[in-house]
Design a protein around this ligand. Structure first.
Ligand SMILES: [Fe+2]
Length: 256
């Protein structure tokens, strides 16, 4: 039977290295990434679209971006991405686009559109904060005006409301301005992000703001203890009329 929804797989904060032995906060992120992909293959249907919300290559190497592409080829689904604060834009540009990895920051579906937003405007040294430029906000408004019949997902690396419980500013520096802008655009149903390496959901003014666990290192808890949470990923099911379902899966949830 034909499905009436589109499945979107969100992966985030891979922090991979060209060196297979590379560690990020004592985690071999390549091993962890491989376990996540294997978990998806074993336990879930094939995604229609894959969205990566940044921090793909911790070492920023072109070879690492190529490795990510090769790893995702088996899904036979188009891959869209935004870059995170740890990424290297020029080296990503060396690796992409490929036949299955697009550099397009817009994905048009039958009932929905996904707008991939750069949240790395004006990066500041030693800051985890992001920023969304005026030009990006104008682009979002224009796309929504151009496709008035479609519901919208925004995908970005940094967070809009505070998705962190450690007292560090991880969100977008101009988040108030961006959120006020989004609240004037009822087509926006969902904002998906990464960056905090934790799962959060905040619903505000009819918009669902989500952050998703990393495929590798999971952030410390509020008490600064190492969390026992396993690496994970997010599914979205986008139905007609703006309805959606979403869920986070972690590699230790389903025993194989
Ligand atoms: Fe990250």
């Amino acid at each position: 039977m034909k499905r009436d929804y589109t499945t979107v797989l969100q992966l985030t904060d891979l922090h991979l290295f060209a060196d297979p032995a590379g560690l990020f906060n004592h985690i071999n992120t390549r091993d962890s990434f491989a376990k996540v992909l294997s978990h998806i293959h074993q336990h879930y249907e094939r995604p229609d679209i894959i969205i990566i919300t940044g921090d793909m290559a911790h070492d920023g190497a072109t070879e690492t971006y190529r490795f990510i592409a090769e790893s995702l080829k088996t899904f036979s689904a188009p891959v869209h991405y935004v870059l995170g604060n740890h990424d290297h834009p020029e080296n990503a540009d060396q690796a992409y686009p490929l036949e299955w990895v697009t550099t397009s920051n817009h994905c048009l579906l039958s009932d929905w559109q996904i707008i991939l937003v750069d949240s790395n405007n004006h990066p500041m040294p030693d800051s985890y904060e992001g920023e969304v430029s005026h030009a990006e906000l104008q682009r979002i408004k224009a796309l929504i005006a151009q496709h008035p019949d479609k519901s919208t997902v925004i995908a970005m690396h940094h967070n809009l409301p505070d998705h962190n419980d450690r007292g560090i500013n991880f969100e977008v520096r101009n988040h108030q301005q961006v959120m006020q802008c989004f609240e004037q655009l009822p087509a926006i149903k969902l904002v998906i992000s990464g960056h905090v390496h934790q799962e959060f959901m905040i619903v505000q003014q009819g918009i669902c703001y989500l952050s998703t666990p990393a495929t590798g290192y999971q952030s410390l808890s509020k008490s600064k203890c190492i969390t026992n949470d396993a690496p994970g990923y997010r599914w979205l099911k986008l139905y007609p009329n703006g309805r959606f379902e979403t869920d986070v899966r972690r590699t230790n949830i389903w025993a194989s």
